[in-house]
Design a protein around this ligand. Structure first.
Ligand code: SAM
Length: 330
């Protein structure tokens, strides 16, 4: 599936629900978002159909996300059914980890090995503050369960926020030194809620890198060994068990190698985080479209994929995404 810029589009991020059991301040508006009704959300069979058609076109990698994927009923059975799709080589999951203690073992049994867990603070009170009431200990128990179950890699995704977790950068690095985790710092993107105070909250990855390398010896892992890590720059901590990663969508975007599309819970294909264009697959699915028609829509979406976005530009229209991140899936 080649786009106009000769990029091979082989990765789909699928949001299975817009509901979440946390309300991270930069991700969901305080007053809450209007949640979709049951009928507005793609059924699992519909998601599977989209994936099957896309796999025939060249899709090899799917990441399930949300909202929070683990809050949707029947999610683990859905995961297990993806394993049977011939040609789908990589199925991974992004979760906030709150329910992992309960689900880790079953997710592993369903065939998923790669898991990303979002964790923005290692301090109980700060975690509760940024997530609007989340329980850090539940996440830590969940992470321990993924380790026990045998997941690999286990990636911890930490959004870097100035004045909030910049004082914890070394604690996160220590976690990566002590445990076989890949701790990845992600630059805060100026989308939705995070756009409001982005100038104040944004922390460039280069600053984190400076603080960490003053205390730990880092050795960059060659890109070719690093294929599954997408846009992250990964470093081994000398003498440590894990790795540190930096994902810099703001300070140095990776659009030239972007290989992804996003499918929202309400069945829209998104071409880029900052692009308003949406291709409505749900409508087509509910009108009993054929596989050939679905394929045509997916191809149309790929051809509409823009060359790049610019999160550093000062144009507020461009910066302000039409959807909150919680309705995109990260
Ligand atoms: N509930 C799941 C979770 O917490 O991982 C999946 C959905 S969540 C929207 C996916 C990821 O997007 C999380 O790691 C979250 O921190 C990240 N995210 C949300 N808003 C963001 C922003 N403005 N900039 C960078 N990352 C963001």
């Amino acid at each position: 599936m080649r786009d106009k810029f000769n990029r091979d589009i082989n990765y789909l991020r699928v949001s299975v629900t817009d509901r979440c059991n946390l309300h991270c301040t930069y991700c969901r508006p305080k007053e809450g978002i209007s949640l979709k009704g049951h009928e507005d959300i793609l059924r699992y069979e519909e998601i599977i159909r989209v994936i099957c058609v896309a796999v025939k076109m060249g899709l090899i990698k799917v990441r399930l996300t949300g909202g929070e994927p683990l809050v949707r009923r029947g999610f683990v059975d859905f995961l297990a059914s993806l394993k049977g799709i011939n040609g789908l080589m990589d199925i991974s999951l992004t979760t906030n980890g709150i329910l992992l203690e309960e689900f880790a073992e079953r997710i592993y049994q369903a065939g998923v090995r790669r898991i990303n867990i979002s964790l923005d603070s290692l301090n109980k009170d700060k975690y509760a503050r940024i997530t609007n009431g989340g329980d850090l200990n539940a996440v830590l128990r969940g992470i321990a369960k993924t380790e026990e179950a045998g997941f690999s890699p286990i990636k911890i995704n930490t959004v870097a926020i100035k004045g909030f977790n910049d004082d914890e950068v070394l604690a996160f690095a220590r976690l990566a030194a002590d445990k076989p985790f890949q701790v990845r710092f992600i630059e805060l993107m100026p989308l939705g809620q995070a756009n409001l105070a982005h100038g104040k909250d944004y922390l460039p990855a280069a600053e984190l890198m400076r603080s960490i390398s003053a205390h730990f010896e880092l050795e960059q892992i060659a890109d070719k060994k690093n294929k599954s890590d997408g846009p992250a720059k990964i470093y081994k901590i000398k003498g440590g068990r894990g790795e540190i990663g930096f994902i810099n969508p703001v300070s140095s975007h990776f659009c030239a190698t972007c290989n992804r599309l996003r499918l929202t819970a309400d069945g829209k294909l998104l071409l880029c985080l900052l692009n308003k264009e949406e291709i409505d697959l749900k409508k087509a699915l509910r009108e009993n479209c054929s596989d050939a028609e679905l394929e045509k829509l997916i191809r149309e979406a790929i051809l509409l994929k823009p060359k790049q976005h610019d999160m550093t530009c000062t144009d507020m229209h461009l910066k302000k995404c039409h959807r909150e991140m919680s309705a995109i899936g990260g």
